[in-house]
Design a protein around this ligand. Structure first.
Ligand code: SF4
Length: 275
């Protein structure tokens, strides 16, 4: 509630504060793979990318899903606080968490007021230097403890074929985050014939190595899987990777070796920042 003094009539008006609402696809109480520690994960609705291997095509549509306020999400999340430990907290995922940046920002601001650790899962596509987005993103980073950044493919042509969008702005976002000392955990989904090329992995490795300020706390290879195919059939969307099998254990090891994943260990002692 906000109290406004009307100096001419000497009365006190009480106005109800507008609560920020957004669209949520689903939530998960005990996420163990969505950032450091055990985390409550809210999957926000909406994504403009169309990754061929996306296992959640039901999160793509924008402006649908369950309408929730930031308070509702945080109240629900706090029921699991006892399980979080020193690293855990909440993760906003998707879909693409930056599609609803006003909502994401409001949740993280209020989470930090409650001393909850915040993790942003993003593939970076909405990033732009243009306003009003950039100022909101800048502010969001102040309330974000760590970001899970999905790098789909370093080669711009292959990236466009795989996801339907360019990757230039995604790398601009990563560079900005490095220069701004924003912690991140990089993930790359390994798909045979689409993202598993030694020369691209080498380039990605070099790219990650030059990200400034030791902000890369972990680098992870996620082997492609086919668990989402059923959803495509149910939604009558053509599945473009029909017939492609998950990568072999050797190819996963090869990618981990090229990306030097074992060198990125800082996540082990990582702690959320105190604001
Ligand atoms: S960015 Fe994520 S949610 Fe969006 S299409 Fe790709 S995998 Fe799916």
């Amino acid at each position: 509630m906000v109290k406004l003094m009307n100096i001419y009539e000497n009365t006190v008006e009480v106005k109800k504060e507008e609560k920020v609402k957004g669209y949520v696809h689903s939530t998960e109480s005990f996420g163990a793979v969505d950032g450091p520690g055990i985390r409550y994960v809210a999957f926000l609705q909406g994504c403009r990318m169309r990754c061929m291997y996306c296992h959640n095509p039901d999160t793509w549509n924008i402006g649908v899903g369950t309408e929730m306020t930031s308070e509702e999400i945080l109240d629900d999340a706090e029921r699991y606080r006892a399980f979080w430990g020193p690293q855990g907290g909440i993760t906003l995922s998707g879909g693409e968490s930056l599609v609803q940046i006003d909502f994401t920002l409001d949740i993280f601001k209020k989470a930090k007021e409650r001393n909850i650790s915040t993790c942003l899962d993003t593939a970076g596509n909405p990033f732009t230097w243009k306003e009003p987005f950039f100022s909101k993103f800048e502010e969001l980073m102040r309330y974000t403890d760590i970001s899970l950044v999905d790098i789909k493919e370093i080669d711009p042509i292959k990236h466009k074929k795989l996801t339907g969008v360019d990757n230039k702005n995604i790398f601009e976002m990563i560079q900005y985050m490095g220069e701004n000392h924003d912690d991140m955990w990089i993930r790359h989904v390994l798909v045979p014939g689409k993202t598993d090329f030694d020369e691209d992995l080498e380039k990605l490795s070099d790219y990650i190595a030059q990200i400034p300020n030791d902000v890369v706390k972990k680098v992870e290879i996620l082997p492609y899987h086919t668990l989402g195919v059923r959803k495509y059939h149910e939604m009558k969307i053509p599945y473009k990777l029909e017939g492609i099998e998950p990568p072999t254990a050797e190819r996963v090891k090869n990618a981990e070796k090229i990306l030097k994943t074992s060198n990125y260990n800082l996540y082990k002692n990582w702690r959320p920042k105190i604001i």
